[in-house]
Design a protein around this ligand. Structure first.
Ligand SMILES: Nc1ncnc2c1ncn2[C@@H]1O[C@H](COP(=O)(O)OP(=O)(O)OP(=O)(O)O)[C@@H](O)[C@H]1O
Ligand SMILES: [Mg+2]
Length: 575
């Protein structure tokens, strides 16, 4: 619970109040049977109407007090439970924001979403229930036990038999039910991730006409959950009748043994009734405790999943010596090796060394999976190198604070996206203080201005989540404009004009010459036409640099480059 204490601490006051109210509530409930006994025993026997009315009024007062205490307890529990859950959600969200790409690779988006919503709700319910029941049951148990023994110690021997009997029965039931409830939680997870994945990818599903398959998949997950829930419920179904049976048998035992005492005058009828009431209170509290166990076992699955996120080690943080430095744009790799999974013996990048001077255009080509994206991701430290160094202006990238590093590097990711908001909002991600002219200039350079203006609302056009209401090529151009607006000393374009026609792409490159004259630009592209004007072209193959040079040099020396060139020649001629 150590990790959660920070989220609970702010609610000490409502928690304390909830406990005090509960204590009051329990005391009220426990003294009622005794008051009743007094009315019958003392009041009726001595025929004192005054005593009867007085005690009766006291009972009404106690009942009201119990209602108030119950209300106060419920309210404070809710305030503490809901507040705790809100804090926890905020903490989890903040933690996820800190995540490195590596951390994100580890948790799936669907599972993170479930953890932030469903699992937190489970914890919230557990917290509220604990404040309402968990302390109440043992308190009730102890108080009622004391009252029962004080009232009649010899009858209390019945409890010595009944309590262990019910306790053992409940223990056996719970032991069987706990794993079943755990299983139910797992099924719930499966259902959640099925729904999440379906909804996030609904367009792909429709285009592949996979609706029926998805329906079947959902049906399976849904049926699985239903079956698991029924099984778990069935396991505890016996507890209620068992409880009733124990209560009734105890009443019979009290009447059986107490009856004799009534006849001999050791006990009056009122005391006997009160005694039965106390036994009921004791048994009910025992039952509540066991139900708490079931609930906790369900919450513990959620607890583990939440702690996993909170405890995730963020492997990419500012080093103690990191500082904010302006970047001019010299980039060099020194014997860099990189692997996503340290356990994997085969690195994705092997012994990469090259230097790019400020303002140069460096192109990277190579087959799919050759490591192009992995290479450029090391520059803004989206991942850290496994060996070697990446230097910016001669300083290791790990010596820059992540904010100052990423703030000065423009990046158009291969899998890029836009966010819900207007086009202007989206572009301003590059620079939130950008003036209108700067926005238009960036959009023009990215050849996006014309199509933006063709929309009735121009720059105020609303983008849907993920930018689904513009074409693929338009989206790419908006992403480029967003990166240009940052006016970064280093710009990385990862396959970011793949959906743009060659003529428009040529215009974008032309615009770069003027707008980004001093920017060191890395261009990853499949088309030779996109890279042939670069100052240098790096050919990657299987994570190694197989050749470096200008277009002409590579055509003369690199067999691999020639191959790529020739395979595209036909298309180039037509372009
Ligand atoms: N997040 C990741 N976790 C683990 N392995 C990864 C991850 N991303 C990529 N890889 C692996 O690293 C290798 C290089 O991938 P990378 O994305 O750098 O290739 P690429 O040259 O950019 O390919 P493409 O032209 O298809 O974009 C591939 O074998 C890929 O499977
Ligand atoms: Mg790639």
């Amino acid at each position: 619970m150590k990790q959660l204490s920070g989220f609970i601490a702010p609610y000490k006051k409502p928690i304390t109040l909830a406990v005090i109210f509960m204590l009051l509530d329990v005391i009220c409930e426990v003294i009622q049977p005794t008051l009743m006994t007094n009315i019958v025993g003392k009041g009726i026997q001595s025929q004192s109407a005054g005593y009867i009315v007085g005690t009766g009024l006291l009972m009404i007062f106690v009942a009201f007090l119990a209602i108030l205490a119950g209300f106060g307890n419920a309210r404070c529990s809710a305030v503490a439970g809901v507040g705790f859950a809100a804090k926890l959600r905020r903490g989890l969200f903040a933690k996820v924001q800190e995540f490195s790409f590596h951390n994100i690779d580890h948790f799936s988006t669907a599972s993170l979403a479930t953890r932030l919503t469903n699992d937190v709700t489970q914890m919230q319910n557990a917290a509220i229930m604990s404040l309402r029941i968990m302390l109440r049951a043992p308190m009730m148990f102890v108080f009622a036990l004391i009252m029962a023994i004080r009232m009649n110690a010899s009858l209390a021997i019945i409890l010595v038999v009944v309590i262990p009997l019910l306790a053992v029965a409940m223990f056996l039931i719970i032991r069987r039910a706990m794993p079943l409830f755990g299983g139910m939680q797992t099924r719930m997870d499966a259902l959640n991730s099925s729904v999440q994945e379906n909804l996030t990818n609904v367009r792909v599903i429709k285009s592949f006409v996979r609706q029926n398959y998805e329906k079947e998949k959902f049906k399976d997950a849904n049926n699985g959950l239903t079956a698991a829930s029924l099984k778990a419920m069935n396991a505890v179904i016996l507890s209620m009748p068992l409880m009733m049976l124990t209560m009734n048998l105890s009443s019979v035992a009290v009447v059986w043994f107490g009856g004799g005492q009534v006849i001999t005058g050791q006990l009056n009828v009122a005391q006997m009734t009160a005694f039965i009431n106390y036994i009921f209170q004791i048994l009910i509290s025992l039952m509540m405790v066991s139900m708490m166990f079931v609930m906790f076992s369900r919450a513990s699955a959620s607890y583990k999943r939440i702690i996993e996120v909170l405890d995730a080690e963020i492997d990419l943080e500012n080093s103690s010596s990191a500082g904010e430095r302006p970047i001019r744009g010299n980039v060099s790799f020194e014997n860099v090796s990189f692997q996503y999974d340290p356990a994997n013996p085969e690195p994705v990048l092997k012994d990469i060394s090259f230097t790019a001077r400020a303002g140069e255009v460096i192109a990277i080509v190579g087959g799919t999976g050759s490591g192009k994206t992995s290479l450029v991701q090391l520059i803004p430290r989206l991942y850290d190198v496994s060996a070697g160094r990446v230097l910016l202006d001669g300083v290791d990238v790990r010596e820059y604070t992540i904010e100052s590093l990423r703030g000065q590097i423009g990046m158009v990711l291969q899998k890029n996206t836009l966010f819900s908001g207007t086009i202007r909002d989206n572009l301003k991600w590059g620079n939130e203080h950008a003036a209108e002219e700067e926005i238009v200039e960036a959009a023009k350079a990215a050849q996006a201005h014309d199509f933006i203006m063709s929309f009735p609302k121009g720059y105020d056009t609303w983008m849907e989540q993920g930018g689904v209401n513009v074409s693929g090529g338009q989206k790419q151009r908006l992403c480029i404009a967003r990166a240009i607006l940052k006016k970064p000393p280093v710009l990385i374009l990862d396959d970011s004009t793949s959906a743009v026609d060659t003529a428009t792409e040529a215009k974008i490159r032309q615009a770069f010459h003027t707008v980004l004259r001093d920017t060191t630009t890395f261009i990853i592209a499949q088309r030779i036409s996109s890279v042939k004007d670069a100052d240098r072209i790096i050919v990657l193959s299987d994570g190694r640099i197989s050749a470096v040079g200008t277009h002409e040099e590579l055509l003369a020396t690199s067999g691999e480059y020639q191959e790529i060139y020739e395979s595209q020649l036909g298309k180039e001629a037509n372009a």
